[in-house]
Unconditional design. Structure first.
Length: 403
C-alpha cells in the first residue's frame, strides 16, 4: 500500500515516530509531507528534520501562514507528488475545516482521486464562518474514512452529519522512551528537591486555561505538607504565575524549568510523584485528550486531573488517578493531600495506569489499528463504482465503525 500523509505535526520529529512504527508493523510505503519550517506553540521556529527510525520519503514544503493550524497552506499544488507517488490512500492529519485540508482534498479531486481521510480532535460543537464551514462540509462529504482522537470528537463528527468509517485513534506513547527511570537523584538535585518532599508536576503549555491558578490556590492551603511543584514548559502565563506564587507566599516551593526538549520529558515525568492537569473549560475550548496523561502513566506516575473534556475519561479508563471538579481548589487540595499521605495507593494508581497504557496506547497497538483501517477502506472500494475517492459514499452507512 502506498500512503501519502500530510501533517504539520510532523515538523516536530518525534511525531514521525508513529509512522516509523507503521512501517515496522506493515508493508505500507509512506510519503510524509510536512512544513519545511514550523512555528510551534512556544514560538520556536523548527526546521523539518527526519526522525531516525522513519525510512519513508520526507517532503519538506514551505507554507504560508506559518504556525497557524487552521490557516496554513502549502506552497505547492501537490500535483507533482500525486503524479510521482500515485498513492493508494491519502491521510490528511488536519481538522476537516483547515485550509491545508481543503488544499489536499482539492488536489486529490483534480489529479488523482483515491480514498482520502482526515483526523480530528474537535470535541466542541462549533459553527465556522465562510469559507471554513464550506470546507468542512466538503471534507465530510468526500472522506472515505476519519480518525478521531476521542469519543467526544467522534460524537461531534456524527452530529455534523459524517456517517462514514470513524475509528478511535487517541494519543500514543513510545514505550522505549517513556518508562520509569530508576534514579532521578541528579535531576532532583538540579531542581533543589528535598528528600522528604512529594514532587507535584505539571508539563505543557503554561497558559491560564490550564488551571494553574487553581493549582496554586490548592497548594497554598497545604503548607503543612512538604511538597515541591515543578512546572515544565513555557507560555504567555509563566510570569503571571510566578508573581502569583510569590504573592501567595509559596514562590520558594515552585520550580520553573521552561521549555525542555521532547527527549528529556520522560526524565521529568519519572521524577514526579504526581502529575496534575487542572485544565479549565472555556467557551471555545476544553481539553481534547491530554497526551501528557498517558506519557506520565507510562513513566510510572500517578495522575490528578480536572473534569475538563477528556481528562476524567482517560483517568477513569486507566485507573491511574483521581479527577476533580474543574476550578475547585478545595477538591484539588484534597486529592493532592490524599496522594501525599497514601504513597502505597499512589503507587498502585501509577502501576494500574501504566499497565493500561501498555495494553491500549502504545505506538504499536495504534499503528496496527491505523493500518487495519486503511486496508478495510481499500477493501470496500468497489472496482466498478467509477471515482474511487467518492465511491465510499454509497457504502458509508454499512461500513461505519467506531473502535
Amino acid at each position: 500500500m502506498k500512503l501519502l500523509v500530510v501533517s504539520h505535526d510532523c515538523a516536530t520529529p518525534t511525531n514521525q515516530q508513529f509512522y516509523s512504527v507503521v512501517e515496522r508493523v506493515s508493508d505500507v510505503d509512506i510519503t510524509l509531507v510536512s512544513p519545511s519550517m514550523w512555528v510551534d506553540d512556544y514560538g520556536n521556529q523548527r526546521s523539518l528534520e527526519r526522525w531516525p527510525a522513519f525510512r519513508g520519503r520526507l517532503e519538506a514544503i514551505p507554507v504560508w501562514m506559518n504556525g497557524s493550524v487552521p490557516l496554513h497552506v502549502y506552497r505547492t499544488t501537490f500535483r507533482h507528488i500525486l503524479k510521482r507517488d500515485k498513492p493508494d490512500v491519502i491521510y490528511v492529519r488536519h481538522e476537516p475545516y483547515g485550509a491545508a485540508t481543503a488544499q489536499v482534498y482539492q488536489a486529490n479531486r483534480l489529479w488523482h482521486d483515491c480514498p482520502i481521510g482526515f483526523f480530528t480532535w474537535q470535541n466542541i460543537q462549533k459553527t465556522y464562518p465562510p469559507p471554513f464551514a464550506q470546507t468542512e462540509r466538503m471534507v465530510l462529504r468526500e472522506s472515505a474514512f476519519a480518525f478521531a482522537g476521542s469519543d467526544s470528537a467522534t460524537e461531534i463528527l456524527r452530529a455534523k452529519g459524517y456517517d462514514g468509517p470513524c475509528v478511535l485513534l487517541p494519543g500514543s506513547v513510545d514505550q522505549s522512551a517513556y518508562y520509569p527511570r530508576e534514579s532521578n537523584d541528579e535531576l532532583k538535585a538540579n531542581l533543589n528537591v528535598g528528600s522528604d518532599e512529594i514532587v507535584i508536576g505539571f508539563m505543557g503549555r503554561v497558559s491560564q486555561v490550564k488551571g494553574l491558578d487553581t493549582a496554586l490556590d490548592a497548594l497554598s492551603s497545604m503548607r503543612d505538607i512538604p511538597w515541591r511543584f515543578v512546572v515544565v514548559g513555557n507560555g504567555d502565563y509563566a510570569e503571571v504565575l510566578r508573581s502569583r506564587a510569590e504573592s501567595l507566599g509559596i514562590g520558594d516551593r515552585l520550580r520553573f524549568t521552561g521549555y525542555v526538549p521532547h527527549e528529556e520529558a520522560p526524565d521529568y515525568l519519572s521524577l514526579f510523584d504526581v502529575l496534575v492537569l487542572p485544565s479549565e473549560t472555556q467557551a471555545n475550548w476544553k481539553e481534547q485528550f491530554g497526551r501528557v496523561l498517558i506519557e506520565a502513566l507510562a513513566c510510572g506516575t500517578a495522575l490528578i486531573g480536572s473534569d475538563s473534556g477528556e481528562i476524567p475519561h482517560v483517568i477513569r479508563r486507566s485507573g491511574g488517578g483521581i479527577s476533580f471538579e474543574e476550578g475547585n481548589s478545595t477538591a484539588l487540595s484534597n486529592a493532592l493531600r490524599f496522594m501525599a499521605q497514601h504513597p502505597d495507593k499512589r503507587r498502585r494508581f501509577a502501576e494500574t495506569g501504566r499497565q493500561h497504557v501498555l495494553r491500549t496506547h502504545t505506538d504499536e497497538v495504534l499503528a496496527n489499528r491505523f493500518v487495519s483501517t486503511l486496508h478495510r477502506v481499500l477493501a470496500t472500494e468497489a472496482p466498478d463504482s467509477g471515482s474511487p475517492g467518492h465511491s465510499t459514499t454509497s457504502s458509508k452507512s454499512s461500513s461505519a465503525e467506531t473502535a
